[in-house]
Design a binder for this molecule. Structure first.
Ligand code: HEC
Length: 169
């Protein structure tokens, strides 16, 4: 392929990337068994007019508060030790989020060490990663207030199937 053609192809690919990443694109494009997806087919949240949240957002609230909140603060608000994830997820895409949670992060700077543990082998986190993601995105988009969501959709069969397979796997 001539270099010019390659360059053109690369330019097209690079221009398409921010759209594909769609960090702020939380709008529901499709739903399957009570699980909602954005246009790029990554999971997203759904909040009805009366404040009812989808099951995954509710599940994510619970998982976040059992696995992440000790460092990242209640409701994704951040702490003196770790950044506010409700804001962080609006600047990450789903795949970047997954990679950080699975592999962890460690910054060593003048102010000392700041360590995000790797959760890749922790099923209580990895089996519910989509849930935590959609909950935090809902917080970041101001679609759900602080605290436990008062109303939620029923637990979908597909959730139970995934949970059983993932926790047993
Ligand atoms: C032991 C404390 C601790 C726990 C528990 C913890 N984190 Fe972190 N996390 C951190 C610290 C500290 C950082 C900042 C790391 C850095 O920048 O070097 C961080 C960074 C992150 C980032 C990157 C934020 C950004 O701005 O890019 C994500 C995403 C993240 N954590 C997700 C999670 C999730 C999801 C959970 C729960 C499953 C979790 N963390 C649990 C300490 C923790």
């Amino acid at each position: 392929m001539p270099t010019e053609t390659l360059r053109a192809a690369l330019a097209v690919a690079l221009c398409a990337m921010p759209l594909a990443a769609g960090a702020d694109d939380t709008a529901v494009a499709s739903v399957e068994d009570g699980k909602y997806f954005a246009a790029d087919e990554t999971p997203t949240f759904n909040v009805s007019a009366d404040g009812t949240v989808d099951w995954y957002t509710f599940s994510g609230f619970r998982r976040y508060h059992s696995e992440c909140h000790v460092c990242h603060g209640p409701d994704g608000m951040g702490s003196t030790y770790a950044p506010p994830l409700k804001d962080a997820v609006m600047n990450l895409d789903y795949w970047e989020f997954t990679a950080v949670v699975a592999a962890g992060l460690e910054h060593v700077d003048a102010s000392g060490n700041s360590v995000m543990p790797a959760f890749g082998l922790n099923r209580n986190v990895m089996c519910y990663l989509d849930d935590i993601w959609v909950y935090l995105r809902a917080r970041g988009a101001d679609a759900v207030p602080r605290g436990r969501p008062a109303k939620r959709e029923d637990k979908p069969d597909a959730f139970v199937e995934h949970e059983n397979a993932c926790m047993a796997g």
